[in-house]
Design a protein around this ligand. Sequence first.
Ligand code: FE2
Length: 291
Amino acid sequence: METAVIERSACADSVLLNDWHVVADLSALNSERPFETRLLGTDLLIHGAGDRVRIERKCDSGPVQISKKYGFLWACLGDPDRDILHIPEAFETDRFIVTGGSIAVGVSGLRAVENFLDMGHFPFVHTGWLGEEPHTEVPSYKVEITDQDEVLATQCRFFQPVASPTASGGIMANYEYKVSRPYTVALYKTNPVHPDRMDYIALFVQPVDEEHCIAHPLLCYLKDNTNEAELRWFMQLIFAQDKPILENQLPKRLPLDPRAETPIRADASSVFYRRWLRHHNITYGAITAPQ
Ligand SMILES: [Fe+2]
């Protein structure tokens, strides 16, 4: 008897295969024609829209598990061993919950996460918005691994000319960053109107393959003084500035060899992130250290 061998995925990391990943903004789907995308090297066809959505693998028409949350369609190629990340801010009624437009980037998704954690590039890449010269120094901040096994950076501060769509002048913006999953990162940022509360941006990075990703931002912003269109515009402006910088990074995969680290103070969150990826045996999208 002949046995068909189906290569289900080019990815061998069970942590990634058995987790949920965003594969589409629900607003991008329509029932007229299938939406094609790729996850962890596996080509997918998304059929339908609204309540009638299903995903199949393109190679063998096999079904893929799906879920919907936060305005996104999620897929798991294996058997999910945990739920989609819970985001309390997404359930607060005084916030706009906005999907920020999906952006395809020709680089490993791990690099996109690392770039999101990096404040040092603000004055040079987001000049006049998230930073400007001569305010180039990243003041020291705290990084730790939490009891929930997340990378958490706190006490981050940076001078920003236009920190958000509602900003009316430069402020010292306060940030916190959290990496919850290998391809999921979030930031909490001072709200200019309510200094005691934080706006929230999650970045769900879809690993298309090892050297391509799609960044799906989710914004949970306090409603005062802004609107959804303005939020989406601001996020797309910032991401359009990041995309060419990310695509010029070489190598395209993220080096995890400890000897590739440059332990300067501003890179503390990056050093923790790479170590945490090594600890979890993540190889997909990475260049691992020789054994
Ligand atoms: Fe950036």
